[in-house]
Design a protein around this ligand. Sequence first.
Ligand code: ARG
Length: 477
Amino acid sequence: MSKSSDAPTGATQSPSVGTGQEMWGGRFSEKPAELMQAINVSIGVDKRLWRQDLAGSRAHCRMLAKQRIIKAADAEVILGGLDQIEAEIEAGTFPFRDEYEDIHMNVEARLKELVGEPAGRLHTARSRNDQVATDFRLWVRDACDRTVNQIEALQRALLGQAEAEAGALMPGFTHLQPAQPVTFGHHMMAYVEMFGRDAGRFRDARARMNESPLGSAALAGSPFPIDREMTASALGFARPMANSLDGVSDRDFALESLAAASICAGHLSRLAEEIVVWMTPQFGFVSLSDAFTTGSSIMPQKKNPDAAELVRAKTGRITGALIALTTVMKGLPLAYSKDMQEDKPPVFEAFDALDLALSAMAGMIADLTPNRERMAAAAGAGFSTATDLADWLVRELDLPFRQAHHVTGAAVKRAEDLGVDLPDLPLEDLQSIEGGITQAVYDVLTPAASVASRKAWGGTSPDGVREQVRRWKERIG
Ligand code: ARG
């Protein structure tokens, strides 16, 4: 930031050049305090909006010319200057300057240096309030589109595992206690469904945010004969926003996207947690290659799932961003307040974190090797087919389920006393509990039989899993 003492003299002849005040300093006779600049400046953050800012300015400039609000010749000069600014930013030669506060004033100040007087006509019928609202909407809209693509890439990785492991047995848990056998494919497909809803939330948010604030001007709308339909469609918006106060005040599009990001981060965190647990030698359900693990600087035997742990941790930043922005927006009177400049850091941070987390998770899922033997052995442990026994008693002996539950409990206790799993409990023991039980019961007591029997829609049967994989492949390719 330039020190005020370095600023050119002649500040009493306001507006003073080089302090940024030439944009708005007509009524000012003193330079801003250094601390004023320090708290006010946002260019370090909002320079990321440069593409959107140029797109908005081009659309606005063309509309002003078409409506004869500015001369066609001036518009040509302005558009040429904007092209040059784009080239400078892309080449890394554009002078981003703190004294011009934000991206909007940096672009306009540079335009003035490049093309002179016509630059001052670009801001006709526009305010930074509708400018920033437009730029930020465009940025968040792009971020939502990118996120949907990344979610689909992750879903494809999950589908790959689900297809290969549609019949691979694993224990299903409730309370992280063995509950009923499932397949690894079914487990992967549960996440495909969750991420599918996440993508849906980003699509919904996108559709709702796709209205143009441009033309709301400062807050009350414009007295010039502007064509808001024209700028809206040039920027890919479905329509202009219907209320100018709302146009410059609303940030719910950002909040909604952060809410979608938080829910998605929560799903990523659950999957990351499962990978961490499955990777411990005590579980040994899956392994990751060296590409997605790290070693310890002291314990030579270690192979740590750091990527999964960091994906789990990114949730903190993302949900933190949602809380930060809801707190900033809460209680702000209409219309614009400078508080709203604090909308960008959390949104940028959250989408950066989500971008990395989704990519890392897609990489890990593709990299993951399930240990089928280990999972299958665990799938049969803990009397995991007890429900299958109870269901058999209901189906074959017409016992009421509550009674079947009781009989099965006794069988589990007997097996526990004998130190065997349910499929190894002798028939005499079963018959001493319920006389009607026959040899046929053993057909349902293995984990493989258990998962194969769960054919009803949404169940874990390998055929059901394959059908769901097919269905999703049709949807996302
Ligand atoms: N840098 C500001 C922001 O991000 C731009 C809008 C400034 N508007 C104003 N009335 N001061 O919110």
